[in-house]
Design a protein around this ligand. Structure first.
Ligand code: ATP
Length: 270
């Protein structure tokens, strides 16, 4: 039953070429996670400890999970994902037990990349209230920190966490030996959006009247996830119109549809 809280993927399919617009972040993650896994001797020779944990922070849908999966793929490591919110449990000791299970599982499946999404759920700044719920969350976080303190940085387990709320994090988890490599993953700029849209349409039959550079110039609020939806929706409009070719107008319709659904979700219902 406990395994249900975790997502285990023995060979994730995401590659670095699927990730657009965040080349610097890809390079940093590779240095911090991939090199210690594939070439531990180098770190030994140079005499430096690789970073213990990597923390990816930035808005939703910018590619943080993709990055963690791609690095697991590249190193032939098992990808083990746990949502921080899953670690917040009702019964005393349950959260800490899950954390132990997570690290035990990783040890069984070495090499492994542990990915903890929404780390803020268990590692927010201490609140003043002394309710038992908070105390339990604290214990879970302490367990996580002690697992991290206990494992060998040069070993076959790497740990990556992600958050959309960097400002809320308890500084205890950012200390040396813990999540000591911070990588910001921002929303893409113009060129990044163009790259991402190209990635998500590479299997599509796109008409000549589509100019991605122009298309992305007035959607600067779009994340990678939004751009993926834009491509899918545009394809759906073509299908609805019985065409196999996706045109400029399909992207415009898709854009309009996404804008509409955006406003619908932000306006509270009656
Ligand atoms: P969250 O913080 O909400 O968990 P995230 O940053 O982990 O989000 P992902 O789960 O990696 O975001 O991205 C969701 C989807 O959006 C991906 O499966 C992909 O289709 C698309 N996507 C996001 N960022 C990128 C990117 N940089 N390049 C290509 N596709 C992207």
């Amino acid at each position: 039953a406990r395994a249900q809280a975790m997502e285990i993927d023995a060979s994730p399919q995401v590659t670095y070429t699927d990730i657009g617009g965040i080349d610097d972040q890809v390079r940093e993650v590779r240095e911090a996670v991939e090199d210690p896994l594939t070439n531990p001797a180098l770190f030994e020779e140079v005499g430096v400890e690789p970073p213990s944990g990597v923390l990816l922070h930035g808005p939703p849908g910018t590619g943080k999970t993709m990055l963690a999966k791609a690095v697991a793929n590249e190193t032939d490591a098992t990808f083990i994902k746990m949502a921080g919110s899953e670690l917040v449990r009702k019964f005393i000791g349950e959260g800490s037990r899950l954390v132990r299970d997570l690290f035990d599982l990783a040890a069984e499946r070495e090499p492994a990349v542990i990915f903890i999404d929404e780390i803020d759920a268990v590692a927010s700044k201490r609140t003043d209230s002394k309710t038992s719920g908070d105390a339990e969350v604290q214990r879970t976080m302490m367990q996580l920190l002690s697992e991290m303190d206990g494992f060998d940085e040069r070993g076959e387990i790497r740990i990556i966490a992600a958050t959309n709320r960097f400002d809320m994090l308890d500084e205890a988890i950012l200390r040396p030996g813990r999540f000591d490599r911070l990588i910001e993953v921002p929303k893409p700029g113009h060129e990044g959006r163009e790259q991402i849209l190209e990635i998500h349409t590479r299997d599509m039959n796109v008409a000549d009247d589509v100019d991605f550079g122009e298309l992305v110039s007035d959607i600067d609020e779009y994340s990678g996830a939004d751009l993926a939806s834009l491509a899918t929706e545009a394809g759906m409009f073509a299908i609805r119109d019985d065409r196999t070719e996706v045109r400029r107008s399909d992207f415009d319709d898709a854009h309009e549809k996404l804008e509409d659904s955006d406003t619908q979700t932000t306006i509270p219902g009656p």
